[in-house]
Design a protein around this ligand. Structure first.
Ligand code: GLY
Length: 371
């Protein structure tokens, strides 16, 4: 264990606006500080608390979190659903509503999302909609949710074949990271999280990209100092972008770097690949197009590919055609007036939104990814 610096927290803040919010992101080494962190939040006094988690995380951490919260609220419930993206739907949300109704949850009560992106998105969506909105906190247990999905208030579930098609913006009151959970994270989940880490570096933090390039051994070994450095840098980028544009009317779109082609690959491959792996593939396509447009040099493109591969991310997908990928990308949410909002790079650390990517360019980029 390492000593955490005094400043092992940041605040995500937007005030003096109709959609204001302010909440801390905390880094700790156990769940022991969770109750104090909650008590420190002004005007948060729930009588009932429900921990929402999946079957995998429940086995590992539910009892620890129940213990950590013992004595804080008069009712402490848990709701456990089967692990996996297949559970991220309105049926699971409906099951959760039933528990909340049966246990008489009221407006000032609280949900705790304990788990990865599926859990955070699903619990957040239930919190956004139950009684027109109750509070929730994020306790992310995967690298992907720590660096991306737990911060920023995007919540939602999949609908029919569409990913995250039904949702709401609903900011958490706290993001609490117990860094020790990374020890039990399966390697492929770690690699998937690295997809979002590298994405964050590419869009806004050239220094982080250099760090990832130069410290591969440390980061891949999940060295605690290195991981705090990396996760904190990602959260700083995410917080800054979300503060500027919480509901993705503009700049927040850059967080979708690699996601247009990535989501399409994810959809076509029938969930055979994890989200961050698909983002990795999509980033290769977006970086290739950035090179073709003259934004980045060939050398930079090759460096991006090399760093992605070195962290175990795939740079291509087999068994899919470029046409299939392009077709799938057209049904994605990242469309505006029938045009795709594609994210490109001027250079590493500097992304922009382009609405003029042609079908031909999309097809050529998709072809780079198909083996
Ligand atoms: N993961 C992209 C966003 O939160 O906007």
């Amino acid at each position: 264990m390492i000593d955490l610096p005094e400043t092992a927290s940041i605040t995500v803040k937007r005030t003096n606006t109709g959609d204001g919010f302010s909440y801390p992101i905390l880094w700790e080494h156990s769940f022991d500080g969770l109750q104090k962190a909650l008590r420190d939040i002004p005007d948060l006094h729930p009588s009932r608390v429900c921990i929402v988690t999946d079957s995998t995380v429940a086995e590992l951490y539910l009892s620890e979190v129940l213990d950590a919260l013992d004595g804080w609220a008069s009712v402490l419930e848990s709701f456990v659903f089967p692990a996996g993206e297949q559970s991220k739907n309105l049926d699971t949300v409906s099951d959760l509503y039933q528990v909340l109704v049966a246990k008489h949850f009221e407006r000032k009560d609280l949900l705790v999302a304990l788990g990865g992106g599926v859990t955070g998105d699903l619990a957040g969506f239930a919190a956004a909609t139950y009684l027109r909105g109750i509070d929730f906190i994020q306790v992310p247990t995967t690298l992907l949710s720590q660096v991306d999905s737990s911060v920023g208030g995007k919540t939602g579930v999949d609908f029919q074949q569409y990913k995250n098609m039904v949702g709401a913006f609903h900011q958490p009151r706290l993001v609490y990271m117990n860094m020790s959970v990374l020890r039990t994270l399966p390697e492929e989940q770690f690699v998937s999280g690295m997809g979002e880490v590298i994405k964050t570096a590419l869009i806004r933090d050239a220094e982080l990209f250099r760090y990832l390039d130069e410290n591969r051994v440390l980061v891949k070994a999940r060295n605690p100092e290195a991981m705090i450095r990396v996760i904190r840098a990602c959260c700083e980028v995410k917080a800054a972008v979300v503060e500027e544009d919480p509901t993705e009317k503009g700049i927040r779109g850059i967080l979708n770097y690699g996601h247009t082609l990535g989501h399409a690959v994810e959809k076509c491959s029938g969930l055979a690949l994890l989200h961050g792996q698909c983002v990795g593939i999509g980033m290769i396509g977006a970086s290739w197009l950035s090179m073709r447009r003259g934004g980045i040099s060939e050398e930079t493109y090759r460096k991006i590919c090399e760093v992605c591969l070195s962290y175990g991310l795939p740079d291509s997908v087999s068994g899919l055609s470029p046409e299939e990928i392009v077709q799938a990308s057209k049904s994605d949410k990242k469309m505006e007036g029938g045009k795709i909002k594609f994210i490109l790079l001027h250079q590493i650390g500097d992304a922009f939104i382009d609405k003029n990517v042609s079908d031909r360019e999309l097809l050529d980029a998709a072809a780079v990814l198909c083996r």
